[in-house]
Design a protein around this ligand. Structure first.
Ligand SMILES: *[C@@H]1O[C@H](CO)[C@@H](O)[C@H](O)[C@H]1NC(C)=O
Ligand SMILES: *[C@@H]1O[C@H](CO)[C@@H](O)[C@H](O)[C@H]1NC(C)=O
Ligand SMILES: *[C@@H]1O[C@H](CO)[C@@H](O)[C@H](O)[C@H]1NC(C)=O
Ligand SMILES: *[C@@H]1O[C@H](CO)[C@@H](O)[C@H](O)[C@H]1NC(C)=O
Length: 186
C-alpha cells in the first residue's frame, strides 16, 4: 500500500562536538574550570585525540541543537520520528578518582517542554584505575511529535578535591539523526 504523501529520505545527520574548543558550548566552570588537554589513552576512530578536562568542582557544559535549522523538517520529525542517537566518551586520570554525568533532553519548540530525557550517572572511576575511555550511548525512538531541539549536557569533576585538572576527561561527544531506515531516495 503506497501512499503518495510519503516523502523520501536517506540522510543521516551528525553533529560532532570537537574536543578542541569550548566555542559552541554554554559552559559552567567549577574549581579551576574546564581546559583542553591531550589524550592519556587512544580513542580509536575519533577525529580528535584531545579531550575536555574537568576540575575539582562540577564543570558542566551544554549544547542546544536546533534540528530544523540543521536541515530536518517538522513533518519528518513529527511523523517519522527518526532515531536520534547520542554518544559520549569519558575517562579518568590514573592518579585521581573522578566522576562524570550526562543528561540529554528532546525539547519542544518552546525550548522548555521536555518530551524525552536520557540521564546516566555512572559510578566514579576510582583512583589507580586505568585511563581508558568509557562510552555512554543512547538512541531516542518513538518520542512523539513536537521535538525541535536536543539539549546535550554533561559534567565532570575529580573526587579528591585536587587543585588543577584531575577530573573526568570527555571526548568525541556526538548526536546523530538516522534517517536511512526510512524510505529510500527517489
Ligand atoms: C594520543 O593519541 C595519539 C594518536 O592516536 C597516540 O599516538 C598517542 O599514543 C596517544 N597518547 C597516549 C598517551 O595514549
Ligand atoms: C566519534 O564521533 C563520530 C561522529 O559521531 C563518529 O563517526 C565516530 O565513530 C566516533 N568515534 C568513536 C570512537 O566513537
Ligand atoms: C575502572 O573503573 C571502572 C568503573 O568506572 C571499572 O568498571 C573497571 O573495572 C575499573 N578498572 C580497573 C582496572 O580498576
Ligand atoms: C539543558 O539542560 C541543562 C541540564 O539539565 C539545563 O541546565 C539547561 O537549562 C537546559 N537548557 C535548556 C535550553 O533547556
Amino acid at each position: 500500500m503506497l501512499s503518495t504523501a510519503l516523502f523520501t529520505c536517506c540522510i543521516s545527520l551528525i553533529f560532532l562536538f570537537p574536543s578542541e574548543q569550548l566555542n559552541h558550548w554554554s559552559v559552567k566552570h567549577g574549581g579551576d574550570g574546564w581546559r583542553v588537554e591531550k589524550n592519556k589513552s587512544v580513542l580509536e576512530g575519533a577525529d580528535s585525540q584531545t579531550c575536555f578536562v574537568s576540575s575539582f568542582g562540577w564543570c558542566k557544559k551544554s549544547q542546544i541543537i536546533d534540528l530544523v535549522q540543521e536541515g530536518l523538517w517538522e513533518h519528518l520529525l513529527d511523523v517519522h520520528q527518526p532515531p536520534i542517537c547520542i554518544s559520549d566518551w569519558y575517562a579518568g586520570r590514573n592518579d585521581c578518582s573522578c566522576v562524570y554525568s550526562i543528561k540529554v533532553q528532546l525539547l519542544a519548540a518552546d525550548q522548555q517542554t521536555v518530551l524525552q530525557e536520557f540521564t546516566m550517572d555512572p559510578d566514579p572511576i576510582p583512583q589507580w584505575n586505568d585511563t581508558r575511555y568509557y562510552q555512554v550511548s543512547h538512541e531516542f525512538r518513538h518520542y512523539g511529535p513536537g521535538v525541535r531541539y536536543v539539549n546535550f549536557t554533561h559534567k565532570g569533576k575529580d573526587m579528591q578535591f585536587w587543585k588543577g585538572w584531575y577530573g573526568a576527561r570527555i571526548s568525541n561527544s556526538s548526536v546523530t539523526v538516522k534517517c536511512d531506515n526510512l524510505e529510500p531516495c527517489r
